[in-house]
Design a protein around this ligand. Structure first.
Ligand SMILES: Cc1cc2nc3c(=O)[nH]c(=O)nc-3n(C[C@H](O)[C@H](O)[C@H](O)COP(=O)(O)OP(=O)(O)OC[C@H]3O[C@@H](n4cnc5c(N)ncnc54)[C@H](O)[C@@H]3O)c2cc1C
Length: 334
């Protein structure tokens, strides 16, 4: 097939890599080649990313920047530390570039949907939050974010640190990269994130190298249908593959792209598998939404909390950290 992949983020890069072995694939990315970047804190976990990178004949260890030992969760009297086992930061844009290496990518503005439909048998919408080719879902939940890349002579923190905001409307993050570099940012439904990040940077001033920001989709796949429409099929954050508790989308979006690649000839099956694989994301989303709207009740929502805890506990490797019920309960009190 002649396939267009629009959006070369993690999901798009993985898709072009895997599909180009059997199909005629062309990528389209709206950023310029020189400025192509990934607006993201670059935090992920080693086990799952290693498996996914291996499927593209790449070694994830080559991209590792910081291998975490502890995550400090600063939430006043509910502060705690989480022992890490796999949570890391990596050079996300380098991995994206290497995944798409050797494949024809057009940078700058992508052609219109009508032109793509004329020229291609299948069009992949991998444009993340923008979802430019599929119909937009109604009543979506998303949060605005801002992030700086900062270089410190003397780092304020040596490991991962987050500060959840009251009612979990978002959080502030400090993610170490390497050699004194860090991604410092925040997202907040109530838009206090800009001031909070600026206050942090005033207190811990380093050399600011880059400032970026974009909305992050929290609505899960179950609320982001359709996944395909005519010749267009969505992968990644365009169809809601973000674990809303952390705003984590790298592994889910790559897994989603993998499901698509494996089921390219059976889109109804792809839809079913996405809904099944990301079923718990709906429960997680409801938990976060209830917290944001101050509608969370321990009595009423305890079964959901236990479901989320059990899911994460059975996948400590996937989340790269030790999962404890006591920590989950502290989170509910934020
Ligand atoms: C500030 C921030 C920090 C984050 N930190 C983390 C983190 O540490 N760990 C984690 O797991 N997740 C994180 N996430 C979420 C994660 O980045 C995304 O969920 C994930 O990258 C989604 O992958 P994707 O390929 O589906 O979409 P994206 O990564 O958004 O890629 C979409 C691509 O499409 C391109 N594009 C958009 N519109 C068009 C168009 N019209 N034409 C052509 N191309 C287009 C974009 O330029 C981009 O390259 C963060 C998100 C934000 C906003």
């Amino acid at each position: 097939m002649k396939i267009a992949v629009v959006g070369i983020g993690v999901a798009g890069a993985y898709t072009v890599n895997r599909l180009s072995k059997e199909h005629d694939v062309i990528g389209f990315e709206r950023m310029n080649e020189e400025n192509h970047d990934s607006i993201c804190a670059w935090g992920t976990t080693k086990t799952d990313m290693s498996k996914l990178a291996r499927k593209c004949d790449l070694n994830f260890e080559d991209y590792l920047l910081h291998d975490g030992l502890n995550l400090r969760v600063e939430a006043g009297t509910n502060s705690f530390a989480v022992r890490l086992n796999g949570l890391c930061t990596y050079d996300k844009i380098k991995l994206i570039r290497d995944m798409s290496h050797g494949i024809k990518i057009h940078y700058g503005k992508a052609p219109s949907k009508a032109i793509l439909e004329q020229d291609f048998d299948l069009i992949v919408d991998a444009t993340g939050f923008h979802r430019i080719l599929l119909p937009k879902p109604k009543n979506e939940l998303w949060i605005p974010t801002i992030q700086y890349k900062v270089k410190y002579e003397k780092v304020p923190f040596t490991d991962f640190m987050i500060r959840p905001f009251p009612s979990m409307t978002g959080y502030f993050w400090y993610f170490p990269l390497e050699d004194g570099y860090a991604h410092i940012g925040a997202g907040d439904k109530h838009r206090r994130h800009v001031k909070i990040v600026n206050d942090f940077l005033d207190k811990h001033n380093g050399q600011i190298l880059k400032k970026v920001g974009r909305p992050l989709r929290l609505s899960p796949p179950a609320l982001c249908e359709p996944f395909y429409d005519g010749k267009v099929v969505g992968v990644g954050e365009s169809i809601g593959t973000v674990f809303a508790l952390f705003g984590e989308g790298i592994i889910p979006s790559t897994i989603c792209a993998d499901l698509f690649v494996e089921n390219i000839n059976n889109l109804p099956r792809y839809r079913e598998l996405v809904l099944e694989k990301f079923k718990i994301y709906h429960t997680v989303f409801n938990f976060v939404k209830n917290k944001i709207n101050n509608e969370f009740s321990m009595m009423k929502h305890l079964p959901d909390l236990i479901r989320i805890y059990s899911y994460m506990k059975r996948r400590e490797d996937r989340f790269g950290m030790e999962i404890k019920m006591a920590d989950m309960i502290k989170i509910t009190k934020v």
